[in-house]
Design a binder for this molecule. Sequence first.
Ligand SMILES: NC(=O)c1ccc[n+]([C@@H]2O[C@H](COP(=O)([O-])OP(=O)(O)OC[C@H]3O[C@@H](n4cnc5c(N)ncnc54)[C@H](O)[C@@H]3O)[C@@H](O)[C@H]2O)c1
Length: 433
Amino acid sequence: MSKKIKVAIVGCGHRSEVYASYSLKEPEKMSIVAVVDPNDIRLNRIGDKFHVSRENRFHSVEEFLEKKIIADAVINGTMDRIHHETAIPLLKAGYHMLLEKPIALSKKELLDIYHTAKDNHCKVMICHVLRYTPFYRTIKQMIMDGTLGEVFQIITEENVSFHHMATAFVRGKWNSSLTCGSEIMMAKCCHDLDVISWLKSGVAPKYVSSMGGLYLYKKEKAPVGSGMKCLVDCKIESTCQYSARKMYLDSNVWNFYAREYLDRFEDRDTMERLEWSLRENNPMGRCVWQCDNNVMDHQSVMIKYEDGSVATHILSTGTARPSRTIHVIGTKAEIYGDMTEGAIYLRKHDLTVKDKGENLYEEIKIDCNAGGGHGGGDERLSEDFCHFIEGTSTSISSTEIGDSIYGHMIGFDADVAMKENRVVLIDLEMEKV
Ligand SMILES: NC(=O)c1ccc[n+]([C@@H]2O[C@H](COP(=O)([O-])OP(=O)(O)OC[C@H]3O[C@@H](n4cnc5c(N)ncnc54)[C@H](O)[C@@H]3O)[C@@H](O)[C@H]2O)c1
C-alpha cells in the first residue's frame, strides 16, 4: 500500500490550491501539514481549507525552515520571480518539490535549482500539466509505439483568446517582463516547448531562431473614443470586445483573476465590490490599449534538433477561439490534433485506399475529451507527484526537472534570438546539464 506524503505549500495562490486539492480528494495519499505566504489573508484561507494548524502557518520560507517542519515535500506555487529565492533554501534543507513553471527566470537560475536539487538528493517535479492530458499522452504513446516511424517535423500552435490575453498578459500579472520576470514565450509557451522536447524523446535541441513583436496592445492602436478605464471614461465600451464589464461582470470566465486584487475586502466575492474596483484601481478595469504591458502578442520559434529534425511553435494571441494544435510528421504516418476539439487524427500512408479518390492514406480519429483543469492534467500531475516522491513507478508524463531542461533552454534562447535577430546555438555542453 502506498504511503501518505506530507506536503507544505509555499505560495498560497491559485496554482498551489489546485494541486493541494488532491489531498482533499485522496486524503490517504497526500496531506497538507504547513503553509507559507506573506499575505495573511491567503495564508489563512488556504490554511483553513486544508486543515493546517495555526502554529504551522508561516509568513516566509525562513520562518518555516526555522521550525524544522517534518514534511516530505513542498508545493512551490509562488510567482515566477520568486521561484529561485524560495526553491534554493528549501532544497538545501532537503525538501522534495513540486515546482511551477517556468522553473526560473534565466538559465543561470534554472541550473542553480537543478544542481542544488542534485547535490541535496532532492526530487523536483515541474508542473508541465499538458503532458498529463489524454490528448498529449495519446500522441506521446503513439510515438513511443513507433506508429509514426521517425519523427522529423513537429508544428505546434497556441492560440490565446482575446479575453485570456487581455486578462493575463495585457492587464494582468504576466503582462510585463519587468514585473513578472518572464517573457510570454516562457510564461505561456514553456508548456508547448516542453511538449515538443518530450515528443523528441531526449534528442537535444541544437539551434533556435525566433521572430515576434507587440503589434496590438499599445497606445498607438487605441481606437477613437476609447478611454483609460472601461467603466469610467470609455465611449466605445458597449461595442468593445475588451470591455472589462463584459469580461468580468457579465461573464465570469476570468473574474477570479479580477477578484485577486480584492483580498482585503470582506465583501470581495460580491459583484458590487468587483464593479466598484473596476472603476477604482483594479488593474483589470484598464483599457487594453493603455496598460503597462511589454510582452509580445505574437511570436514564432523554430528549433533544429541534433538529429536534423525541425520543430516550429507559433504563438498567436487575440484569437476568437482558444486552442492548441499539433501536427507531427513521421516517416510512416502523421498526426494532426486539435486540443480544444479533443480530437487526434492519425493518418497512415496507404496506397491501397482507393475509395477516397486521391487520398492515399488511412485516417483514424481518436477522441480525447476529458474534464478537469488543463484537460484533467492538473489532478493527474498531483497523483503522479505522490508516486514520484514515494519512489513508486511514475507515468510516461513524469516531468522530473532534468527532463524539463531542454524545453526551457529553447525558450530562453528563443527570446535571445528574437531580440538579437539571429540564430542561437544552444550550447548544452557549456550549460553542464
Ligand atoms: N502549470 C500551469 O499551467 C500554470 C498556470 C498558471 C500559472 N502558472 C504558474 O504558477 C505560478 C503561480 O501562479 P498563481 O497564479 O498561482 O500565482 P498567485 O499570485 O495566485 O500565487 C502566488 C502566491 O505566492 C505568494 N508569495 C509571494 N512571495 C512569496 C514568498 N516569498 N514566499 C511564499 N509565498 C509568496 C503570494 O502572496 C501569492 O499568494 C506562477 O509561476 C505561474 O506562472 C502555471
